[in-house]
Design a protein around this ligand. Structure first.
Ligand SMILES: NC(=O)c1ccc[n+]([C@@H]2O[C@H](COP(=O)([O-])OP(=O)(O)OC[C@H]3O[C@@H](n4cnc5c(N)ncnc54)[C@H](O)[C@@H]3O)[C@@H](O)[C@H]2O)c1
Length: 322
C-alpha cells in the first residue's frame, strides 16, 4: 500500500458528492479516476467537474492553478472495474438505494486489489449492513462527506467491528491530508450529523404542519440564532456555556407543552441535581476548562462578531427574504 499522500483514488458515482470529492482529491495532488454507471456518464461528469473548477477558480474559491492541477490529476474510466483495479482507495458514492450499493460494492470488491480500501459515502445506512457486500471487510468503512464536498470541512469516519484500526488511521491521515476535519463516529443509522440534522428538520416540519411557523420564519430564526452559534460550537459546548440549570428549567416548560419527548434527559437532571451547572461550576458535558471561562467567552464574542460581520457582507442568499 502506498503512503496516504500518494494514494491513487477511485470515485465510483460521479454525481453531486462524488464529483466534489474527486475535485478535492485531484486538487490535493492525488491521481483520481471517476467511474459511473457507464463511461458516457463518467465522461460528462469529467467535463462538468473541469468547467465547475474553472468557475471556482475565477470566483477565488479554488486557488490559482487549480484547473491545471485538477485537469492533470483527474480522469474518467470506462467501467467501475477499470477504475477500481489500480486504486489504493475507492469511494462508493452511488445513490442511497441499498440494492444499487450492493451491486456496486460487490463489483468494486471483485475488481479491486484485496488490500485496497473501500469507503462508502452513505448518508444513513449502517456501515455494518453494507459490509456484507464487500470481500475482506477489514478494509471497508464509512467516510461520509458533507455537501458541497469542496467547501464543507467535516467528514465522518465510521468503522465497523470488522474494520482494521490501521485502515481507519490511514483513512484519517488521507482525508486530513486533503484539508478535511475528520471525526470518528459510531456505526448508527444517520451517524451523528444526519441523526441530529433530521431530528431538527422533523421538528421544524411539525411546527409548519401545526401552523405554528412558516418555513421562512423557521429558517430565519434558526440561521440567525442558535444555528448561527452552531457554526462555532456544538450543542454540548453551547449548553455548558449557557448553564445546564437553564436547560433543565426550559425542558420543564417544553415537556408540559409537548409531553415526554421533551422531558429533560436523565444525565442532564443528574448533573444539575449534583450541582453541576456546566462551565460556570467548572463542569458540564463538553469537558471545557473552567479556569478558561473568561478566555472562552472572549473567543466566543470575537467569533460571533466576526460571523455577524461576514453575514452582513454576504447578505441573504439570492431570492431569500432580506
Ligand atoms: N447530496 C447530498 O447532500 C449528500 C450528502 C452526503 C452524502 N450523500 C450520499 O452520497 C451518495 C451519493 O449522493 P449524491 O447526492 O452524490 O447522488 P447523485 O445522484 O448526485 O450521484 C450519484 C451518482 O451515482 C451514479 N450511479 C447510479 N447508479 C450507478 C451504478 N449502478 N454504478 C455506478 N454509478 C451509478 C449516478 O449516475 C450518479 O452520477 C448517497 O449515498 C447519498 O446519500 C449525499
Amino acid at each position: 500500500m502506498k503512503s496516504e499522500s500518494e494514494a491513487r483514488i477511485a470515485i465510483v458515482g460521479s454525481g453531486y458528492m462524488g464529483g466534489g470529492m474527486a475535485q478535492v482529491f485531484a486538487l490535493a495532488g492525488h491521481t483520481c479516476v471517476i467511474a459511473d454507471a457507464d463511461s458516457a456518464i463518467a465522461e460528462r461528469s469529467f467535463a462538468r467537474l473541469i468547467s465547475e473548477a474553472e468557475t471556482f477558480e475565477k470566483q477565488g474559491l479554488f486557488p490559482v492553478g487549480s484547473v491545471e492541477k485538477i485537469s492533470k490529476n483527474l480522469s474518467f474510466a470506462q467501467s467501475i472495474e477499470e477504475a477500481s483495479a489500480s486504486a489504493d482507495y475507492i469511494a462508493e458514492v452511488v445513490p442511497e438505494i441499498i440494492e444499487i450499493k450492493e451491486v456496486v460494492l460487490s463489483t468494486i470488491s471483485s475488481a479491486a486489489r484485496v488490500d485496497a480500501i473501500i469507503a462508502s459515502n452513505t448518508s444513513a445506512i449502517p456501515i455494518a449492513q453494507l459490509s456484507a457486500f464487500v470481500t475482506n471487510p477489514a478494509r471497508f468503512l464509512g467516510v461520509h462527506w458533507m455537501n458541497p464536498a469542496p467547501f464543507v470541512p467535516g467528514v465522518e469516519v465510521i468503522a465497523t467491528p470488522s474494520t482494521s484500526e490501521d485502515i481507519v488511521q490511514y483513512v484519517e491521515r488521507l482525508i486530513g491530508g486533503v484539508g478535511k476535519v475528520t471525526s470518528r463516529v459510531s456505526d448508527i443509522a444517520g451517524f451523528i450529523a444526519n441523526r441530529l440534522q433530521f431530528a431538527l428538520y422533523k421538528e421544524a416540519v411539525t411546527m409548519f404542519e401545526e401552523g405554528s411557523a412558516t418555513p421562512a420564519e423557521v429558517d430565519s430564526v434558526v440561521s440567525n440564532t442558535f444555528g448561527f452559534r452552531l457554526a462555532l460550537f456544538g450543542p454540548f459546548a453551547i449548553a455548558d456555556m449557557a448553564g445546564l440549570d437553564v436547560y433543565v428549567g426550559a425542558y420543564k416548560s417544553l415537556a408540559k407543552a409537548y409531553g415526554e419527548r421533551f422531558a429533560a434527559p436523565t444525565s442532564l437532571v443528574e448533573k444539575t441535581s449534583a450541582g453541576d451547572f456546566g462551565l460556570k461550576t467548572g463542569g458540564g458535558f463538553a469537558g471545557l476548562d473552567g479556569s478558561k471561562s473568561a478566555e472562552i467567552a472572549a473567543y466566543r464574542n470575537r467569533a460571533y462578531a466576526a460571523l455577524s460581520q461576514l453575514k452582513k457582507e454576504l447578505g441573504p442568499p439570492p431570492g431569500f427574504p432580506a
